[in-house]
Design a protein around this ligand. Structure first.
Ligand code: G6P
Ligand code: ZN
Length: 556
């Protein structure tokens, strides 16, 4: 195969965010934009270099994926990559890709997804690089990719016929191997090793009235859900919906939260469905929703950690430690304390959990952004979290029949207290005003710190305030400016940060948390319980003054 060196011009702004490079499809379609980024990514592979490497390639099947995969094949050939392992039709959920990288001992993977962002010609596309542990590339690598994009003057490509992605087979061309694999098989095997599928199936048989609804939101998880829920666990086909992956996700927003998974929420409420769940475009996020019982992601990971002993995988490996991202509520910290386990607080971004897992210090972790997972792979895992809940429900019911989501949550609060938690998102705010608001907050906690600490806002008195900084306990790397934290004397907390995953403008995230050990409050409505502290957050941040927004775009 003839390698051609093509002259190109660097593009500005190809800096990977929290989770890879995410831009409008039209941006990726500009001349050489995608080619440059792929070349810059391959050039960032240090040890071993891209030459002769094995890479896993696949994604959520969104618009522009097939074009991007064909380009990756030809540019990989141009850079003398040894082997590509590609999901059939380019489909691999993010967790399935992470698993394949690990299982096949690949040197990394290129994931084509913009996660939960809408897809289609006028929406988003994304390219994300994962390293050999199966997890998102650490900042040292993404910074290198960015540096490479700034000086990308040429890329290498082979002229070759389009590869048929629709058939599982191995292509070998001039020593370059392309293996098209079943997208679902290895992942399903992994889950069957982790969970007690028999116990779950038995529970469904014993409780034929226990109803389930999984919503794939037309993302990548459809085929995985069909195989697992219908074929393996024996549920009826009516237990799953929106399970045909579509390049534009049917025109909707493939994000499993109360706003975007509203059809699931409505059906659960209307039809008295016992267990509702959804996953996002690329399959790494999840939402668990029971009738009158929305499980916040912060509670979800705490409940899974509290009951982990019933899951065969953790019976084998033991529970090494727990972790959460900084804005996530401290519910899991209380579980760690009770079980005598280490608990880590990392910046937002799944990549920060990887080092802890590789070092054998972390088993279960989660983020408020609907991410839950464990060290079985190095990505968060939507279907894993859903099956974890089902496994727990099945096990709990052996001792306490009739326990559903609500009963399990209530029992959790009775043991640990309740961490009320909510997040307000202000999407597509003008970047300048968002930055000004952050500057104002930094000023408060730095320059006027002495006045600010001890100051009272209604019932809340400021105890501590900082801009979160993380020192990785394994490699010592320091990550600064990860969000403003204001902690009050009663343990309540406000966090404000700018999202790192948006594709344009700025998204302000405001997180509030209040802890209660008063059993009469456990059944309270979250928004009502949090109203006083939300008002204080808006007052301190002057959010409305800076942005002109009088309400958030999304509340979770
Ligand atoms: C992605 C990342 C998560 C992160 C989330 C929100 O899903 O994988 O680790 O928590 O985005 O990030 P953001 O920077 O937008 O708050
Ligand atoms: Zn995702």
């Amino acid at each position: 195969m003839q390698v051609r060196c093509i002259t190109t011009t660097p593009y500005e702004g190809q800096k990977p965010g929290t989770s890879g490079l995410r831009k409008r499809v039209k941006v990726f379609q500009q001349e050489n934009y995608t080619q440059n980024f792929i070349q810059a990514t391959l050039d960032a592979m240090s040890s071993p270099s891209a030459k002769e490497a094995t890479l896993v390639v696949g994604g959520d099947g969104r618009y522009f994926s097939t074009e991007a995969i064909q380009l990756i094949i030809r540019i990989a050939a141009g850079n003398r990559v040894g082997k590509l392992i590609i999901g059939k039709n380019g489909i691999l959920s993010t967790p399935a890709a992470s698993n394949l990288i690990r299982k096949r001992k690949a040197d990394g993977g290129i994931l084509l997804t913009a996660s939960h962002n809408p897809g289609g010609p006028d929406n988003d596309f994304g390219i994300k690089f994962n390293v050999s542990n199966g997890g998102p590339a650490p900042e040292s690598v993404t910074n290198l990719i960015y540096e490479n994009t700034k000086k990308c003057n040429e890329y290498y490509i082979c002229d070759m016929p389009e590869i048929d992605l629709s058939k599982t087979r191995v292509h070998t061309i001039d020593g370059f191997t392309i293996e098209i694999v079943n997208s679902v098989e290895d992942y399903v095997q992994l889950l069957k090793e982790i969970f007690d599928f028999e116990q779950i199936t038995q529970f469904f048989k014993n409780n034929p009235n226990f109803t389930i609804l999984f919503d794939g939101l037309h993302g990548v998880t459809g085929p995985y859900a069909e195989r697992i829920f219908v074929e393996e666990l024996g549920l009826s086909r009516s237990s799953i919906q929106n399970c045909t992956p579509l390049p534009d996700f049917g025109g909707s927003h493939p994000d499993p939260n109360l706003t975007y998974a509203h059809n699931l929420v409505e059906r659960v409420e209307r039809e008295n469905i016992n267990f509702g769940a959804a996953s996002d475009g690329d399959g790494d996020r999840n939402m668990i929703y029971g009738k009158n019982a929305f499980v916040t992601p912060s509670d979800s990971v705490a409940v899974i950690a509290a009951h982990a002993e019933v899951i065969p995988y953790f019976q084998k490996t033991g529970i090494k430690g727990l972790a959460r991202s900084m804005p996530t509520s401290a519910a899991i910290d209380l579980v760690a304390k009770k079980k005598g386990l280490e608990v880590f607080e990392v910046p937002t971004g799944w990549k920060f959990f990887g080092n802890l897992m590789d070092a054998g210090r972390l088993s279960i972790c989660g983020e408020e952004s609907f991410g839950t997972g464990s060290d079985h792979i190095r990505e968060k895992d939507g279907i894993w979290a859903i099956i974890a809940w089902l496994n727990i429900i099945a096990a709990v019911n052996e001792k306490k029949p009739g326990s559903g989501i609500k009963e399990i949550l209530l029992e959790h609060y009775q043991t640990y207290g309740r961490n009320f938690f909510s997040r307000y998102d202000y999407e597509e705010v003008e970047s300048e005003s968002a930055n000004k608001m952050v500057a104002h907050l930094r000023h408060l906690i730095n320059a006027s710190k002495n006045d600010f600490i001890g100051k009272s806002f209604g019932q809340f008195t400021v105890k501590e305030a900082d801009d979160f900084e993380y020192k990785d306990p394994i490699d010592g790397s320091i990550t600064k400016n990860q969000g403003i934290r204001i902690i009050f004397t009663d343990g309540s907390r406000i966090v404000i940060r700018l999202s790192g995953t948006g594709s344009h403008g700025a998204t302000i995230r405001l997180y509030v948390e209040k802890y209660s050990q008063n059993a009469s409050e456990y059944g309270a409505d979250t928004q009502e319980a949090l109203k006083p502290i939300i008002d204080v957050a808006l007052q301190i941040s002057k959010l409305q003054e800076f942005t002109g927004r009088d309400k958030p775009t999304v509340i979770t």
